[in-house]
Design a protein. Structure first.
Length: 437
């Protein structure tokens, strides 16, 4: 599907991403359009103007060499990224300060989204390519977190539904459009399954070098069962830094002193105001110490009922949604002073945005603090101050890193006001499919 304002004038798109209608086009037309704009942008601005985004942030800086996640998004907001292709990752739910992201998202000249679902990211694209789910393609995966103890075949269950295609096939076809013979060059003459066999054989060779024998790929694939790696007794009793503890002189740590360092001269030499050479408490950007009258601290915790934004659209949400929206937990004292009771629709806001949520009043949270779980799909209402009807907490959180060194998420550094909502009824549209799908 292609955004109407983009399809009418690809070189100078009209309309606003996230508020435009979409038009159905054929796969060939979509890929031709992507290729033409990719070629124009690359020839005009160079490869550093292309942002290749996915779930793994490690991939995002490959083309434009951004050193940190913060720099990558700052580059996007600053405008030197001209073409974004996003595949696999709910950036509109996991990135702080959603409205800032939406504003930044208007700057590139082309946004392509490969998606299985009609997410907020898809709604803010120029071109949406229907991607296969894991049920519709073949793959491999490891299980066991850090242990990687199991190798699992992920055999295709059903053929690709409707018009869905594998990313592998899409990129192969685009490669042929880029140059004659590009398809063969990209695939190296291997099919999807042949590539999986190649990856498996590499793992088998490495396993053999460590005394682990894997069955032939054909047998592994046919069995369609978890392949469990033998447990190494020594690894099962692994203690981190045990050698250092036993003999620190001959097994130093990888620090300047070879010891555990409470103070790091190297970190101190960076001169980062938000990350000194030793651990210490620093005043947060937003906290009760600098709160305005009526403001409370906002916590954006992980939900117990879903993984981030996954299944927010499903019937599972009926088990936890309040007033049809994301719950907001508050102390009875804070609720009483605002005339709020269990089940009320609540407006929560700060200078970054505003959302609607459903009240959960409980003594299980401290006064002066409210909690809204992260992961709700953004659902801004046009013409209503951009209020998010589904309660996406990152509309309110501040876009800042834990430090210049760590660049971790600081999603709990936010102050908000909240009140009982008395405005017009605003039905959810976060999960509505495109009008002409």
């Amino acid at each position: 599907m292609v955004r109407k304002g983009f399809l009418a004038s690809p070189d100078k798109p009209q309309g606003i991403r996230g508020q435009d209608e979409f038009v159905r086009v054929s796969w060939d037309d979509a890929l031709d359009l992507i290729h033409a704009q990719h070629k124009r942008i690359r020839e005009s601005y160079g490869p550093s103007s292309i942002f290749a985004g996915s779930y793994g942030w490690r991939s995002n800086g490959v083309l434009h060499k951004a050193a940190t996640l913060l720099q990558r998004y700052m580059a996007l907001a600053g405008g030197y990224i001209r073409f974004i292709w996003w595949a696999g990752g709910a950036n509109f739910t996991h990135h702080q300060d959603t409205n800032r992201l939406i504003r930044a998202w208007q700057k590139p000249e082309l946004v392509v989204i490969s998606e299985c679902f009609w997410t907020a990211a898809a709604k803010h694209a120029d071109i949406v390519l229907p991607a296969t789910t894991s049920y519709e393609r073949n793959d491999l995966t490891m299980t066991g977190d850090y242990s990687n103890q199991h190798l699992a075949p992920m055999k295709q269950v059903v053929s690709p539904q409707w018009e869905a295609r594998n990313d592998f096939d899409v990129f192969a076809e685009l490669s042929e459009r880029w140059e004659a013979g590009g398809y063969a060059r990209f695939t190296e003459g291997k099919s999807e399954l042949a590539w999986l066999e190649a990856f498996y054989n590499i793992a088998a060779q490495r396993g053999a070098s460590q005394g682990v024998t894997l069955p032939p790929f054909a047998a592994f694939w046919q069995a369609n069962r978890l392949l469990e790696m033998p447990e190494n007794p020594a690894n099962a009793q692994f203690v981190r830094f045990a050698d250092f503890r036993r003999d620190p002189d001959n097994h130093p740590l990888k620090t300047a002193s070879g010891k555990i360092e409470i103070y790091s001269a190297r970190i101190a030499s960076y001169g980062y105001a938000d990350c000194p050479g030793h651990p210490m408490w620093l005043v947060p950007d937003e906290w009760h110490g600098n709160a305005d009258a009526g403001q409370v601290q906002l916590l954006s915790a992980h939900p117990a009922h879903r993984l981030h934004s996954q299944l927010n659209y499903s019937s599972l949400r009926e088990r936890y949604a309040v007033a049809g929206r994301e719950p907001v937990t508050m102390h009875p004292q804070d609720a009483t002073t605002r005339g709020i009771v269990d089940g009320d629709t609540v407006r929560v806001w700060n200078h970054r945005g505003q959302i609607l949520a459903g009240a959960v009043v409980t003594a299980g949270i401290r006064p002066g603090v409210i909690c809204i779980h992260e992961g709700a799909w953004p659902d801004p209402e046009p013409g209503a101050g951009g209020i998010c009807k589904n309660g996406a907490v990152n509309v309110l959180t501040k876009d800042l890193p834990s430090s210049r060194l760590g660049n971790g998420c600081a999603g709990n550094t936010a102050l908000v006001w909240f009140e009982k909502y008395t405005g017009p009824a605003l039905p959810l549209t976060a999960f509505d499919p495109p009008a002409n799908s």
